[in-house]
Design a protein around this ligand. Sequence first.
Ligand code: PLP
Length: 395
Amino acid sequence: MQASDFQKLMFPNYAPAPFIPVRGAGVQVWDDAGRDYWDLGGGIAVLSIGHCHPSAVNALQNQAQKLWHVSNLFTNEPALQLAEQLLNATFAERAFFCNSGAEANEAALKLARRHAVNHSGGQKFKIISTKNAFHGRTLFTVTAGGQPKYSDGFGPLPAGVQHIDFNDVAALEAAVDEDVCAIILEPIQGESGVLPATHEFLQAARAAADRVGALLIFDEVQTGCGRTGKLFAYQHFGVEPDILTTAKGLGGGFPIGVTLTRAKIAENFTPGTHGTTYGGNPLACAVGSAVLTEIDRAETYANIAARSQQLRARLQQFAEKYGVFSEVRGMGLLIGAVLTEPYRDQASQFVAAAAQAGVLILQAGTNVLRFAPSLLIQENELNAALDRLETIFQA
Ligand SMILES: *Cc1c(COP(=O)(O)O)cnc(C)c1O
């Protein structure tokens, strides 16, 4: 099998790279021809503790010999354990497990609608979202997302979603009326360009939600699980959501997502109102628990802060030396480098050139290079990766 077999076998909704990664360890990956790569993309911000971390491998192997699946007709020990860890570390009092970010947001949006129906009747169904937001690929979540290219051609879309400009406080205040049941926001817009929210915007969203009795949903699918240097990004901003979703980094490569909220809100989901076959299965939760334990400790947060500075400083150097970036932005180890005018919208070419040079990076939209490496990446590893990356700017 080789990468070109993809076209013969798979739906053409992806355009994978011309090589096949076959093995990973920490921040390194090897392909089917034996070439090695530094992984600064982390499987799109998923590999929070790198490839095949021993703690995660152990947790998976131990659980694999005990119990794989029981369905939600039963609870299971790894799910209870992971829920307790998440609740102890956040504002939340209840957890709902699922398998992806989209499902975590789908649950959040359905919960907000049900909460409004139970407390205010059927009129209160409007959802306020932002342009360029990304919330997943189910029909409800592409509708909530603010990128028409992902929802065009799939209509009719669910009704009641309104999009305002990100970080536009006046537009937010004007849009939020008594018919609004939820405001959904990413603390940093990840997919569309690594664009952080302002404190002011998140505070205004909190106040607007409180004013009309709407629920504030933070989509931390990408920014959660240590990615920004705290366990969740809301903890930097001092603005608490009513519902928080996370996924990507939680399983460190094993599919899992979670919707977190307070007990009073969770109680709107009575038995039978919502569910998923695989959500909260023992394998995923055992891995999630091990991953979260590695992330949620002082040494990891200290490493994220130090590596973030190192990465930003070096990207800033590239900006000055080669004129490739107009801005370096983001938080923790979610960093975006905005391309300058001569290279406008060429992010995918840079990503391909970087892979050729032996570094895996990401794009965010067409004009931003995105970096989301393992939160455990070491100083010398990051330097070695950036040395390789520099060769593409020299060329
Ligand atoms: C990736 C992402 C999603 C979707 O997650 P999936 O696991 O692909 O369904 C939703 N929201 C944000 C902010 C994301 O980055």
